[in-house]
Design a protein around this ligand. Sequence first.
Ligand code: G3H
Ligand code: 13P
Ligand code: ZN
Length: 283
Amino acid sequence: PLVTGKELVSMADKGGYAIGAFNVNNLEIIKAILEAAEEENSPAILQASQGAIKYAGIDFISAMVKAAADQTSVPLALHLDHGTSFDQNMECIRKGFTSVMFDGSKYSLEENIKRTREVVRVGQATNVSVEGELGKIAGTEDDISVDEKDAYMTKPEEAKKFVDETEVDYLAVAIGTAHGPYKGEPKLDFDRLANIKKTTDIPLVLHGASGVSEDSIRKAIELGICKVNIDTNLRQAFTSGLKNVISEKPEEYDPRKLLGPAKDNMKEVIKEKMRLFGSSGKA
Ligand code: G3H
Ligand code: 13P
Ligand code: ZN
């Protein structure tokens, strides 16, 4: 069934594990997640970015995810990833998303609070969970100074104010990860994460989890991360699967025989992530 994001993430918070939030934009990706969730008996969040909505169309994404959720006993949530406008958040709520993200990280603290709060008010009235973001999740360069780092990373005192005033259900934090592939191994600021968890006491979200070491992911979950956003590693698995089958069968012309194995390769990576996050067996 389709459930709210909060239901899944709160359970993970209590249970000391994390829910994988996997980006979707087509049928094969949705099937890869559905099959992985069933085989692992794991809950999962399927999330669509603004780019995904532009690519597939909101009605297609919403209908495909609902079809997946209707035919399975594992609980799934449909989430908007990095929604940057109020209107887009509202459209997703209208179209049956059970969780949305208002990403106001580019605004000042006060402006971010004001805009996020507006979305939360509607979320509370419609039983749709809301994720906020504080700090900037971007590239972390080795030559960046501590002061600069502090300016981009989430500050625990600000996080407390943000959470109290917006009443978000979960908070995305900037603790050293970045979106997309990394050049080197990212170093996470675990002290900062522990402090944010202590001051806010709400479920925290890790973005840009592709390429982060398994040990770091485990430690982040121990310290309070309950939702892990991961996309790049899944895309890489799909595309390497696709390239392999094309080189093994250069005469093949049926898209299903190319996309099927690519989907299966992606599914295996999703299953590994579910085991790593500790959500396997928790459906
Ligand atoms: O946060 C970014 C996700 O990986 C989605 O990326 O905007 O290319 O769909 P996208
Ligand atoms: P990666 O693509 O780096 O795994 O990040 C995914 C993400 O944070 C989506 O919001
Ligand atoms: Zn993200």
